[in-house]
Design a protein around this ligand. Structure first.
Ligand code: NAD
Length: 487
């Protein structure tokens, strides 16, 4: 098998740490999920490599030259500008190594530019304030303040589904906060992070403050999380992996962005046409491989037939095909095993009495956008995160009952509610146990500056650029005990 050259001028090495590109002896082959073609190779790093990388970054942060805040801001603004210039190349690489259509990949690059730009802008918000020592007799003759200081070494672990923007969401806030960062990208999509780190170096990020170590979760990921010199683990991935990360991290600071099962409520007075369009966009973008993907729709009984008809019609119009084709709406899943898993879950639901209204068909890593209804209670397509192109639509009679049902689900990332009644919208928004509620939209919406995260199995803490910077910095107090003026 011949190795196709990557479309970007990606470095010869397959990893970067301690200021040098490396060529680890073992490699990860990166295959295009569409046809199995070899797209490129990255290093398959070891636990020993992790130790070297973390130690080098820790040394740079603790003993290396200071990296002034204004230089951080300028480097990140330059990085955003370079990314804008290379938007098309980056989009192509995202699409080739992962499962995004070329349109979806281009949209991701534009998001990543915003993420890096927003991070640069946080430089002038690394603020502290003076402290009210005079508020207590014990504080007399004291003057003090706090500043925001870097936590130190940030370990960033990322999933395959937004392989550039989710990397940017960790690396850029860590850097602007004055930290060093060691990145372990998903094993399926390491090439785009190698290209991104190369771009950051070109933009002026000090080479000893960043490292990227592609490799396996069980080796590189686990070694990174366990490393005693890592001060904060910023993890995005599945719930089961998040649990493993939490167990290994112990008392370390962690921020975890985990899965969801995207619920949407369509109340009796909703605009059904608008809801149907949004449900289809939210359920099938990136072939459903999105933590915010719409998975469960609860619709008022009287609107069930109309909503189903509209959703099925719009779904059947989606173009399933090659990622490189601008007309394609839905590409493959990340691998054949993932598509086969979705197929088996749909089969289980149908055997239990569910009706598959469209889709329910697989070819290799492709699974056709599927709409289910009458799904039996307890089916995995209801209780688990599907992470595939599948939505189920079920009727409800009472808003109170459906709010309780949604709150009983294991995940609580974001939700959507469609209604024309402001009071109902605000009431439901207040009662749902999720990180965000979008009114007259699905939960599949995010701007990169908003606090992002969920409750229950959906995560711990919040990301979103200003909130990530806050998590990656700590207040540090300096206080002066003055000599009282003698009278
Ligand atoms: P995953 O959990 O399989 O892997 C995520 C990362 O963790 C990968 O880099 C993997 O190598 C690493 N990893 C695996 N085992 C590890 C271990 N023991 N220690 C440390 N790291 C380890 O997730 P995935 O399949 O790549 O991505 C899909 C999941 O990510 C879905 O559940 C999705 O909802 C979630 N996700 C969440 C968000 C969010 O912001 N909430 C965003 C995107 C994806």
């Amino acid at each position: 098998m011949t190795i196709q050259p990557a479309p970007l001028n990606t470095p010869a090495g397959g990893a970067f740490w301690a200021g040098h590109w490396r060529s680890p002896a073992a490699v990860l082959e990166v295959h295009d999920p569409e046809d199995g073609r070899l797209v490129g190779v990255a290093g398959d790093c070891t636990a020993g490599d992790v130790d070297e990388a973390v130690s080098a970054v820790a040394k740079a942060v603790l003993d290396g030259p200071a990296w002034p805040v204004w230089q951080r801001r300028e480097a990140l603004h330059r990085a955003a500008a370079i990314l804008r210039e290379r938007e098309a190349d980056f989009a192509q690489l995202i699409s080739q190594e992962g499962c995004k259509t070329i349109r979806g990949a281009a949209a991701e690059v534009r998001r990543a530019i915003e993420t890096v730009r927003l991070s640069a802008e946080q430089a002038d918000r690394l603020e502290g304030r003076t402290l009210p020592f005079g508020d207590t007799p014990r504080g007399e003759n004291r003057l003090g303040w706090y500043t925001r200081e870097p936590v130190g070494v940030v370990a960033a672990i990322t999933p395959f589904n937004d392989p550039l923007n989710l990397v940017a969401h960790k690396v850029a806030p860590a850097l602007v906060g004055g930290n060093g960062v060691v990145l372990k990208p998903a094993e399926q999509t390491p090439l785009i992070s190698l290209a991104f780190i190369e771009l950051l170096l070109e933009a002026g990020v000090p080479a000893d403050r960043v490292a990227v170590l592609p490799g396996r979760g069980a080796t590189v990921g686990a070694a990174l999380v366990a490393h005693p010199r890592v001060d904060l683990v910023s993890f995005t991935g599945g719930y089961a992996t998040g649990n493993a990360v939490a167990a290994t991290a112990g008392a370390k600071k962690t921020v975890m962005e985990l899965g969801g099962n995207g619920t949407v409520l369509v109340l009796p007075d909703a605009d059904v046409r608008r809801a149907a369009r949004a449900v289809v966009d939210g359920a099938f973008g990136n072939a459903g491989q999105n933590c915010l993907s719409v998975q469960r729709v609860f619709v008022a009984h009287e609107l069930l037939d109309e909503l189903i008809e509209r959703v099925v019609h719009l779904t059947s119009e989606l173009v399933v095909g090659s990622k490189a084709d601008e007309r394609t709406d839905v590409g493959p899943l990340i691998d054949v095993a993932s598509a086969a898993r979705v197929e088996s879950w749909v089969d289980e639901a149908v055997e239990g009495g569910a009706a598959a209204l469209t889709g329910a068909k697989r070819d290799g890593a492709y699974y056709w956008p599927t709409v289910l209804t009458s799904v039996p209670v307890g089916a995995q397509v209801l209780t688990e995160e599907v992470f595939g192109p599948l939505v189920s639509i079920e009727p409800f009679d009472s808003v109170d009952a459906v709010v309780t049902e949604v709150n009983d689900l294991e995940y609580g990332l974001q939700a959507g509610v469609f209604t024309r009644d402001l009071d109902s919208a605000l009431d439901v928004a207040q009662r749902l146990r999720v990180g965000a509620v979008m009114i007259n939209d699905t939960g599949d919406f995010r701007i990169d500056a908003m606090p992002f995260g969920g409750s229950k199995r959906s995560g711990v803490g919040r990301e979103g650029v200003p909130f990530a910077v806050e998590a990656m910095t700590e207040p540090k107090i300096v206080a002066i005990h003055r000599t009282p003026r003698s009278v």
